[in-house]
Write a protein that binds this ligand. Structure first.
Ligand code: LIP
Length: 273
């Protein structure tokens, strides 16, 4: 039994994500770096902060007492059993460089389970939505991921962390993956990557080092389109590794990644790390 109706939570998430997307898009030209996080290349812009503030205000005005977890503002406790998981701009480096692969992501978790999610990709004018058990949609069109293809025919998305040590091991993993697949794409936004799988713009995705706000809404959208979104060995998606593909391809990719320790930063020191 959930604390709130997923359809209503989705309406709110979608309205707020659309408004936040408009604000972020208006501010993209001329945006500057405000702060850095884990490394000098892990940036925060003033728009990351102000867009998250807007989202928090709108959500809590509509549903006082809910809890919110956001990439920039951290965790705000609540009492209703509903928690919002927010990434104001997923793909901040793309945003900074004037590229279009960035998204506003808002997920609603009820009693610990994500039941509704909205991902808005403003520059592309795309709005992805899903409710648990209710299917995934883009601009009202039902989404179904493409059927499984053999690994060697799969277009595989991935991403890289910010630290040199992590990147060195990710490059080692990629050295083995690249000759085994059709090709690799690195789009720079986990939310956009997962939505791409949901609509057949790619076949698979894996990435180490993500946080719940990166995948919260988009993992539900991908799942509702028929994609398996997991960690290794049946674990739920987690910061160690997220793997996503339709059944059949998922198992092949999992079998390739697990022995490579793609869920670690590697045990051997890589030259130059
Ligand atoms: C981004 C992720 C992306 C990853 C980037 C970055 P952010 O999130 O969505 O997949 O490769 O390095 O972490 O920081 O832009 O919200």
């Amino acid at each position: 039994m959930h604390a709130a109706d997923p359809a209503r939570l989705l309406d709110l998430a979608t309205d707020v994500a659309r408004e936040a997307g408009r604000l972020a898009a208006e501010g993209q030209a001329g945006v500057d770096v405000l702060d850095t996080k884990s490394t000098p290349t892990d940036v925060v812009t003033e728009m990351d902060r102000s867009v998250e503030e807007l989202i928090r205000k709108r959500l809590l005005n509509a549903r006082p007492g809910d809890s919110v977890l956001g990439e920039e503002g951290g965790s705000e406790p609540g009492s209703t059993g509903v928690r919002w998981i927010v990434d104001p701009i997923d793909g901040t480096v793309n945003y900074l460089y004037g590229r279009d692969e960035w998204a506003v992501s808002i997920a609603a978790e009820s009693m610990g389970e994500v039941v509704a999610g909205a991902v808005v990709v403003p520059v592309r004018g795309e709005v992805y939505t899903a409710t648990l058990g209710g299917g995934a949609y883009c601009d009202g069109r039902r989404l179904r991921a493409d059927d499984a293809v053999p690994l060697e025919m799969a277009l595989v998305c991935t991403g890289f962390g910010y630290s040199a040590e992590r990147r060195a091991h990710q490059a080692e993993v990629l050295r083995t993956v690249l000759p085994r697949v059709r090709d690799i794409r690195r789009c720079g936004s986990a939310a956009v990557d997962l939505c791409s799988l949901a609509r057949g713009r790619a076949n698979a995705y894996y990435e180490r080092g993500l946080n719940a706000w990166d995948w919260g809404a988009a993992a539900l959208i991908a799942r509702e389109a028929g994609v398996r979104v997991e960690g290794l060995h049946g674990a739920p998606p987690n910061p160690e590794l997220l793997v996503a593909a339709v059944p059949g391809l998922f198992e092949e990719l999992h079998a390739l990644l697990a022995p490579l320790s793609a869920d670690t930063d590697g045990t051997v020191a890589h030259q130059g790390a």
